[in-house]
Every structure is written in structure tokens, then in C-alpha cells.
Ligand binder design. Sequence first.
Ligand code: PLP
Length: 388
Amino acid sequence: MRVYFDHNATTPVDPAVVEPMVRVLDSSNDAFGNPSSIHHFGQRAKSILDEARTAVADLLRAELSEVVFTSGGTESDNFAIRGVAEALEATGRRHLIASAIEHEAVLNTFKALSRRGWTTTLLPVDTSGIVAPEALEAALTDETALVSVMHANNEIGTVQPVADLAKIAHARGALFHTDAVQSVGKVPVDVRALGIDLLSLSAHKFNGPKGAGALWIKRGTRVTAILTGGKHERNRRAGTENVAAIAGLGAAATIASGKLTMEAARLSALRDRLETEILASIPRTAVNGARDQRVPNTTNISFEGVEAESLLIALDLEGVAVSTGSACSSGTLEPSHVLRAMGFPTHRTQNSIRLSLGAGNTDEQVDYLLAKLPKVVEKLRALTGARR
Ligand code: PLP
């Protein structure tokens, strides 16, 4: 049996997403035109973009004109942060705030801007993996241009109190961006209810294609384009749109909208059973992060005395794909910056694995892992002399 429990890294493309993408690529459908062209072929392509924009706007409860298509989560995060930084530079607001557990797309963009004279602050978290509103209050200054705190964390799944944080940021005149790459398509996300200014999403995290995403920009928000060129996307992101990938993003958004609540309930039941039974059947295991404020599909578990990379490889040999944390840092023995920021000792940052569930996962697959895992862990502990 092959089981995929790494949906936070990426998800398989839904067959119902492939079909509209192929329709765009199949030249007999006349949709290969440049969406900026006025003729029939261009207008066919443009109508596909319009349809996808409607689907994404509906998923976020947003307005059509607020959705800008990008090449994915990384570009959306860069666009939000660099775009606001540049737009507000002349106002004297040259301070940026993020949480210490953001994705590298945010953290490394902060590093790049700090090398160019921006002041940056990273908000701490405790072992819950949740940002405290008081920490943001203390960090804000009259120079803060932007606060960027992710909606759901990719490694531990914790959901941040984004609505509260956005209110606090706004009270000091700062804009608020949230990286919602790991929550959109998994839980309801309503941009108005969150009270934010910018939101990043990525299609491949909810059964859409890789290389397609969007930045939601609240109407009236000052953001400078970071990709300059033609007048695409209402002058906000130059470059001929990737129509097939965007069609896929739109289809994935429609599918997600239609099954959001039911699928979230199904996945959280599956995840909770997996988690509870691992904790019960394997000694010296613990869940990392708050269990009551999480997206429904993610758990991150520490196995004392086991090196996470070895566990990942051993499970792969048994046909089960898991992860040691963010995909970008796997393949290295770098301890997770998220678990480190939560204050865990080094050994715990290196003995934890992430299991992230998705559309194709079943009870039978959970049973399969539960049958394999105790023996694998025991074997690894015996090898390192960590068995007690
Ligand atoms: N932000 C978060 C929280 C993520 O998990 C990821 C992907 O791992 C990204 C941003 C980057 O998205 P993309 O892979 O679409 O560039």
C-alpha cells in the first residue's frame, strides 16, 4: 500500500481540476489566445480568467476586482510584503512585523528588506505555537507599515487569531497581511470577517496545480507592483497570465467551496483518531502545538529518542509518505525553525514529524500506518539505544 500523508507539502491535482486545464491547453477549444487580445481567441482565454477569478473571490467572500493571480504562495507573500513596503516607504513607515513561525517566503523576504534598511520584528510564540495579541501590541510602533502573520502554520497546523491581530495592527495605522496558503481550501476563510488587507493563497495546497496562486488585495489598499511590464491584472502584476493553471486554481476553489465543511469534519475525525492512537500505542510521544486551534488535517508529533529523518525514510520504505516539517528544509538536518521558536529543546525539534491529511486519505490508510508505526519506532529506538 502507498499512503500519502504529506498534503501540507503539496496535494494531488483533483481529476475535476485537470479537465478544465486540459480544455485550455487543447487548441481545438480556441482558448489558447492571449487574454489581453481583443479577438475571439483572446476573449475565450479572458473568460476563463474571469470564471476563475469569480471562483477564488467566492471562496474568500471577496470582490472580483480584489483578486490578483500570481505564480503561487511565494510570489503572493513577496508581492504583499515588498509591495506594501515600497508603497509606504515615502510615508516614513519603515518597520515590518511578522511571527517567528512564518514560512520562509515571508521570513526571507523580511531578511532581504532588512538588508535594505527596513527594521523588522519577529513575534515570539510559546509551546502552543500561537501568537499572543499582547506581543503584537508591544512590537507595534508608529513606523510600522505592515504586520504579516500567517493564518495556519504549515508545520504544526495552528491557526492564529488573525482577526484580533489585524484589529491591533490597524489601531496603530499598520496594514495587515496573512499568509493563508495552509488554510484556504481547508477551512472557511472570509476576508471581511478577518478584517485584513492582504491574503496569500496557493492552488497546489488544495488539489489545484503548482505554480498558480493569488494575492487578495482589499480594495483601496496601497501596494506597488513588484513585477513590472504590461498592464495585466489591472496594472498590479505584469506578465501574460498562465491561463491553464489559473483555470485549475478556479476549479479547485469551486470544489473546495462546495465541500469545505464536510471535508473538514471528515479530516479532523481521521486526524484525531490517528493522533490519539499514536499517542496511546507508542510511549514517549507528544503532540507539538495547541490541539484545539488547528486546521483539521495536520498533526505534528514528537517521538523521543528517534531521529525524524530516519523515521521519515523508514516509513517511506513501508509506503507511507510523511514530512519532518516544511518541505523547503527537509533533506537537511536543520532543526525546524517553528519548533525552535516554540521553545522546544533541540532534540525535540529533530524528533518530530508532520502528518498532513487530505482528500484521498481513508480510515483504511490510517489503520495501515497505525499497524506499521509502533514497530518502526521501536526498531529505530533499539538502533540508537533509546529503548526503555
Ligand atoms: N506559505 C506557506 C505557509 C506554505 O506552506 C507555502 C508552501 O509550502 C508557501 C507559503 C509557498 O507557497 P508556494 O509553494 O505556492 O510558493
